[in-house]
Design a protein around this ligand. Structure first.
Ligand code: PYC
Length: 324
């Protein structure tokens, strides 16, 4: 079923949101004012949003109220009885299956609101159910949906760049983990890295290289040596918004660990410290699930940055945002 539980609430006058960042990458959680999408699964609810209420996504995360690096998180009732809530993640261009930094931002937001305390909590997402452990020191550890390495050493011809080799892997979103990049992995080269990663993404689409079930590969990751002595590698991740992740990317770190495991260089339980282009770090490790699936764990910090009421005046020509 698609549609809205309350189809009369087309564009609310205001929405209450809480903003946070997880190692630099922003998340905006909608607290109230957004009519709930109908559907018995999180995938159907995401489809209902995309088909019938995409203006709400644009209003919240596109300019002038948001920006391309921002991820929005809509909380819904859970679809599984053991879960605390459902979450639909979205950005200025599209919807996500899962979002690691975003989940940690949602949990920090619920802690801030006094709605979540120490313990283990589950959340339903379009990619599947994920868990979060909240310890007495306030550290947040998520257990992601199973990650997998889909194909190693894929050859790609990238116009303007040449041959690029990389691995295709899933960590809640689909990733191409390129083995090389031209621009240095430095924040000052972000624009160049973004152009390079976009060229790779276009080449993947043009050459029909996709994830399992024909899923588009809409995240591109570059990897290199860390600048911090406490990290194993540094990355740059182009997201499906067309902008880059300021954090080490939870789903990207999950996909990276699945590839490292497939190559025999990351045993189950070994800790992987992933540095981002902005210098933040996620700690990750893989567990083995009951059917041998790889369950990525990511530990990180998030901080509240704002509590706000977004206002959408009837006569504001940009009340549903601009851009994509
Ligand atoms: O942390 O998984 C993540 C993520 C995906 C897109 C932006 N952040």
């Amino acid at each position: 079923m698609s549609g809205f539980a309350d189809s009369s609430a087309v564009m609310p006058a205001t929405m209450h949101v809480i903003d946070s960042h997880t190692e630099g990458e922003p998340t905006r959680v909608i607290i109230d004012g957004w009519p709930l999408p109908a559907g018995d699964t999180m995938a159907l609810r995401r489809q209902a949003l995309a088909e019938n209420a995409d203006h709400l996504r644009r209003a919240v995360v596109c300019e002038p109220r948001g920006h391309a690096a921002m991820v929005g998180a809509l909380l819904t009732p859970p679809v599984r009885s053991a879960s605390t809530a459902g979450i639909i993640f979205f950005n200025s261009r599209t919807y996500l299956g899962m979002c690691g930094h975003g989940l940690i931002g949602v949990v920090q937001t619920l802690v801030h609101l006094g709605r979540l305390g120490e313990g283990r909590w589950q959340f339903d997402t379009p990619a599947g159910t994920v868990s979060v452990d909240l310890d007495d020191a306030g550290e947040i550890t998520m257990e992601n949906v199973p990650a997998r390495c889909h194909e190693l050493d894929v050859e790609l011809a990238v116009p303007g760049i040449g041959a690029v080799r990389g691995d295709v892997a899933y960590g809640g979103n689909w990733f191409f983990l390129a083995h090389s990049h031209r621009a240095p992995l430095e924040l000052g080269a972000a624009a160049e890295l973004t152009r390079e990663a976009r060229a790779i993404e276009s080449a993947l689409t043009a050459q029909g290289i996709r994830g399992a079930d024909g899923e588009p590969i809409d995240h591109i990751e570059f990897s290199g040596s860390p600048t911090r002595s406490d990290a194993d590698a540094r990355n740059f991740v182009l997201c499906s918004s067309g902008d880059y992740d300021r954090s080490p990317c939870g789903t990207g770190t999950s996909a990276t660990m699945a590839v490292l495991h497939a190559r025999g260089s990351l045993p189950i339980g070994a800790v992987w410290r992933q540095e981002s282009i902005t210098g933040g770090v996620f700690s990750g490790w893989l567990d083995s699930g009951p059917d041998g699936e790889l369950l990525p764990h990511i530990r990180a910090r998030a901080f509240i940055t704002a509590e706000a009421t977004l206002v959408f005046a009837d006569d504001d020509p940009f009340r549903t945002g601009f851009g994509e």
